[in-house]
Design a protein around this ligand. Structure first.
Ligand code: DQA
Length: 154
């Protein structure tokens, strides 16, 4: 059993209402419920958190290290394109992570096409809407099965 963390950045609390033509009709609560069910079916424990604040997100990453979280799935949202500090938090803790975006950021405005996370992520999933979170979790399960990533027992 591993501890996992799903982190969502600013404005993703508005999923379902926010630009549904781009981000879809699924709410964040629905995504979190589905991800938790998926993780527990695999015997893992998934914590979910969303914040509009950069400092909260950084603190959650620091806390994840102390809690022995083995993997993070993160959609840094707008901070994808701006936050060196959030990138540094992930580097500082060394927790492997997968970057998720609902939309295909490479098909959008030029400023969205650079991510401060992609070059340090284990993998990046974008353009599949809410399904992207499930795909990321499935990748995590496979990685955990084939690595000595930390578990809550260690
Ligand atoms: C996003 C893409 C970002 O450019 C944007 O700022 C978001 C959501 C996505 O999931 O597609 O807030 O991360």
């Amino acid at each position: 059993m591993a501890k996992l963390l799903l982190l969502n950045g600013p404005n993703l609390n508005l999923l379902g209402q926010r630009e549904p033509d781009i981000y879809g009709a699924t709410t964040l609560a629905d995504i979190e419920t589905a991800c938790q069910a998926l993780a527990s079916a695999q015997g893992h424990e998934l914590d979910c958190a969303q914040s509009n604040s950069e400092s909260d997100l950084i603190q959650k990453i620091h806390d994840a290290r102390t809690a022995g979280v083995a993997y993070v799935v993160i959609n840094p949202a707008g901070f994808t394109h701006s936050s060196v500090a959030l990138r540094d938090a992930l580097l500082a803790t060394g927790i492997p992570f997968i970057e998720v975006h609902l939309s295909n950021i490479h098909k959008r405005e030029a400023f969205r096409q650079h991510s401060y996370f992609s070059d340090i992520a284990e993998g990046v999933i974008c353009g599949f809407g809410a399904l992207g979170y499930e795909l990321a979790l499935r990748a995590v399960f496979q990685k955990l099965g084939h690595s000595d990533a930390r578990t809550s027992q260690t």
